[in-house]
Design a protein around this ligand. Sequence first.
Ligand code: 9MR
Length: 378
Amino acid sequence: MRARPLIALAFGLALPALSTLAQAPASPATQVPATLKDAFHGAFYVGVAVNSAQITGADAQGDELIVQQFDSITPENVMKWALIHPRPDAYDFTLADKYVEFGQQHHMFIVGHNLCWHSQTPAWVFKDEKGNPMTRDALLDRLHDHIKTVVGRYKGKVQSWDVVNEALNEDGTMRQSPWEKIIGDDYVIKAFQWAHEADPDAQLNYNDYNMESAAKRKGAIELVKKIKAAGVPVAVVGSQAHLHLSGSAADEEAAIEEFSAAGVKVAITELDIDVLPSTWNHTADVGAKVEEKPNLNPYANGLPDDVQQQLTKRYADLFAVFWKHRDVVNRVTFWGTTDKGSWLNNWPVRGRTSYPLLFDRDGKPKPAFYAVLKAAQQ
Ligand code: 9MR
């Protein structure tokens, strides 16, 4: 067991260098571990999605925070099909290799994201050399080749794969993606089967957003049952948890309890909490776009205290649930390191100032960070 550096708990403190934290005197009654990974060590991994600048070392401040706070990483983009397999005859492992090296160097639990998705997959994938739609068998071969190559390359290094991403509609039925239209529903089972063959020790996940919705969750449970019935292991359902201030932690708890009853563990795979006003339903469909209007970007000059407090409470409530269910929850991953790098600055409205994570634009911990640390003490 690692030594747990301790910090005196006080909201609003800037987080000093870890070396200072380790030596800081504090009264035992107020001490909590100083980092997310230490606070939840032995309960679940605390992960973060890393971007290209962090993978290449161009964002040194970001890297410092990642290494200090997190013990698991997910590639925000570099392992997606369009980046790792841009042309039929060409894979590009440059950034994916660096990503895996970074995780190994820092002894992290390394996640692969993702093997099969409808987005960030080039159009050529679904066409033959003449530009005609692929047949079922040809597309299955292409998917098999991709999974065997990518999972095979990182066998024993990437511990957990998001095998299929976002295969469901909001009502729990199968999404009519190009995968589903050309192959049929069983593309999901095939993908899991081939990932398992390529690395039998890897943990395999089905990953989707809006698992807070009972209808979609039902669809995910049916899918998991089908995969299992085909004799293929699916160990984890990834609940992306792209959340909004307006939700309730009870929804997340219901999801965890239902998945647990269905015999799978749960990973919270892409956590963030949007505080900005929205004119759309709070899902994470990457296809959604909303026109920019000034009233949709109200906190360009800073987050008001009352909203900061709501965010802090929302995070505290959520982590109380994750902590309570730590026998089922095996990882909680944030979708980004600081507010500055969050995808929510540009989705579904471009150019907004968003505040969804635990570290502010300067990399300083927000009150929500301390509230999350405290959840591990309950
Ligand atoms: O954060 C990712 C962003 O940089 C990309 O532009 C976007 C493109 O599809 O994907 C984002 O990550 C998504 C993740 O891979 C799957 N779940 C939803 C995430 C947010 O859109």
